[in-house]
Design a protein. Sequence first.
Length: 424
Amino acid sequence: MTTPAETGVLLEHLFRHQAGRMVARLTRLLGPEYVALAEETVQDAMLRALQTWPYQGIPDNAAGWLFRVAHNVAIDALRRDKIFGDKTETIVGELTRSAGHAPDDTGVGEQFRDDELRMIFMCCHPALSRDARVALSLKIIGGFSVREIARAFLADEAAVAQRLVRAKRQIRDQRLTLDVPAGMELTARLDSALEVIYFMFNEGYAAQAGAELIRQDLCMEALRLGRLIASASIATPRVHALVALMALQGARLPARVDEAGDLVLLADQDRSRWDERLIAIGFHHFDRSIAGADVSEYHVQAAIAATHARAIDSRLVDWPLILELYDQLLSLNASPIVALNRAVAIAKVHGPADALAAVAPLDRDPKLRHYHLLLAVRGQLLLDLGRSHEAAAAFRTALTCACTEPERRLLTRRLEACGDGSAG
């Protein structure tokens, strides 16, 4: 017998990896307007497992057990409440047939992937706000709890819960479907899904505040969803470019924080700790992304990540190529963040003085007025130029801005490196 604690750990794993597939299948059978019912039946199945497995033992096919129980719960609810009226027994028949096939059964995997893909497109419908799309995707497809979503985005749990309720009501009222669109609508829906997935990845890769710099579960869920879309016939080179970017950046996660939880900058990372499997996945999708004439921001960012990944040592990075790529990226997206990253490349190619000149115009951008990374980059450039007092002032100001605790500790170390006693 397993203990309740052991059962809880297994169920948490199963819920994260199977709940989305089960909800997607049940939603296809019940209809998008009943997505909340599909979620409730899956949660009920998890609760029953938590109550019975510690005493009866874990089934040989735990995922299949959950899948069957969730279907049975849905069947009981339909018969009890007569939701579909005269069509109830027809839907019950479909649920009964579906219950005979677990997600991992041979021959049905493609259907489950199709169900999940359709769910992604519905959750990422452009009619919904981006916040709603992100919350729905994490909750319904990723199996994240409301508490986890709130913690990930530093939001109030009640606000996240209300956002989800409103989004599901909008799905029902606007009669959004699980149909995969075609033509221009498919392009718009695909762009919407990629935007949500990349936003999710970035939130996990570089948290904006709090004690955790990295939320690896967010990164890996974003990569999983991206790969799911990339495996479909509707995938475009842009999809493969985003997957390549996420995989290549995600490969650095094991080396980005040391044992003390402190941030390790790219130049100082132990590249032997980079995930070789993710690097291989990244280059596989990068190769597929270059088919066709389309060049998106994802392509250029993936090319930058690939240039870093190719170098076995930080001293061998092709910085002139990276600077050329940032020039190209700036032509596609003239954002101040891109310009700031380009300044770092300028420092590597032309030196800190030229980079400092490139950073100067960014001081006037209101979006970066309280951005700690702009101040950190300026401080480092000033320190490299030997202007330690000015560098200290920049780092001191950066410490007054919102940032994560690992970043705060790094800024403090940089301030101490200025050698003027400013850290005290």
